[in-house]
Ligand binder design. Structure first.
Ligand SMILES: [Zn+2]
Length: 350
């Protein structure tokens, strides 16, 4: 996609120093020390003086965040995706060219995705979408990885490219390419033995893009269909968290805090980013962004959209033929990939 409702989001607010939280904290600290000292002076005991100095020490700044190779608090190594492989997937997906709904390249990509999921539990959610540009086949591709805990974590990423841009040379390396690729990479980390945690379902969503002009009726074809289906069959109630991956490969990575989302889940993602030392790439901007999670969010599912909607200065590469591989970095896939795998682990422990 996607549509940002307030164009630049509510960017960080600069606070006049005396109102800044850090400044207030310093003032509070000074007051604490003053009170402690005055108490010490009144009573004149060494113990009180020691307490005052201990109070000062306890207020020293926290240690710097752990480096990427750090281990999580219980000693487990931080999950690591293979960023080179994920980047290679992005390259291969992008090389198909425009992959808009109804196109030959779209079919080739469907086969490419399923060929990478051999042996996995793969399902389709396929239907015909009736749009202002006519009828199109739409196919969400699901891969399910069972876990020991009762409940499901869902990761979505769209694989279609923008239909209105089909004749412009738009290949969607970031918008469509990275989301397809990072989910293929996650599959490597989920398959094999039964997960010691929630079941994880990966969904390559289709028809995310508008066929003409973005609106509630012209967008999110695949996920609107899937959310309705999961509402009817009771799946929605089992979903503990749903995360969307979209436009995550920009070399200058700045993940938005999309306020169309569930605060505790966004905070959990931030905590996971902190464990990896990646937090400087998260939430410098915030604002409401419409994306594949909306149909589920509206039905009460805890959701977060992991998206960087500032692709090039002022988002200039978004939905243009300049959305190409040279703007992307494997490091960005690594940051989002490792953070997402760590978020899954934090969710398993909740
Ligand atoms: Zn798009």
């Amino acid at each position: 996609m996607k549509l940002r409702t307030n164009k630049r989001g509510t960017s960080r607010t600069f606070l006049w120093p005396p109102l800044h939280p850090l400044w207030l904290r310093i003032c509070l600290l000074a007051l604490t020390i003053a009170l402690a000292n005055s108490f010490a002076c009144t009573n004149g005991t060494a113990a009180d003086a020691t307490n005052a100095s201990a109070a000062t020490k306890s207020e020293t700044p926290a240690a710097p965040p752990a480096p990427p190779e750090a281990t999580v608090p219980n000693g487990d190594p931080l999950p690591q995706i293979d960023a080179k492989r994920a980047f290679q997937y992005t390259r291969e997906v992008t090389a198909f060219g425009p992959r808009y709904i109804g196109s030959e390249n779209h079919k080739k990509l469907e086969n490419y995705i399923t060929s990478h999921l051999k042996g996995d539990q793969v399902e389709d959610d396929a239907f015909t979408a009736d749009t202002v540009e006519g009828k199109f086949p739409v196919r969400n591709i699901l891969a399910k990885y069972p876990g020991t805990k009762d409940g499901i974590i869902v990761i979505l990423g769209h694989y279609d490219t923008n239909y209105p841009l089909r004749n412009t040379g738009f290949v969607g390396a970031n918008d469509g390419g990275t989301s397809t690729a990072v989910l293929l990479e996650y599959a490597h980390h989920l398959r094999g033995k039964k997960r010691d945690g929630y079941s994880v379902w990966l969904v390559w969503t289709d028809g995310e893009e508008a066929v003409k002009t973005w609106s509630a009726a012209d967008s999110l074809y695949g996920t609107r269909h899937l959310a309705e289906k999961w509402d009817k069959d009771g799946t929605l109630k089992k979903i503990k968290a749903l995360m969307v991956m979209d436009m995550i490969g920009d070399a200058d990575l700045n993940i938005d805090r999309n306020t169309y989302g569930t605060p505790w889940l966004m905070d959990l993602i931030y905590s996971a980013a902190e464990i990896g030392g990646y937090q400087s790439h998260f939430y410098a901007r915030e604002g409401g962004i419409e994306d594949d999670h909306l149909p589920f969010l509206k039905l009460g599912v805890p959701c977060a959209d992991v998206i960087d909607l500032d692709y090039g200065y002022n988002n200039v590469f978004h939905h243009t033929p300049q959305d190409t591989m040279d703007k992307l970095s494997p490091k960005s896939l690594e940051i989002v990939g490792n953070t997402t795998l760590e978020t899954i682990r934090l969710l398993d422990r909740r």
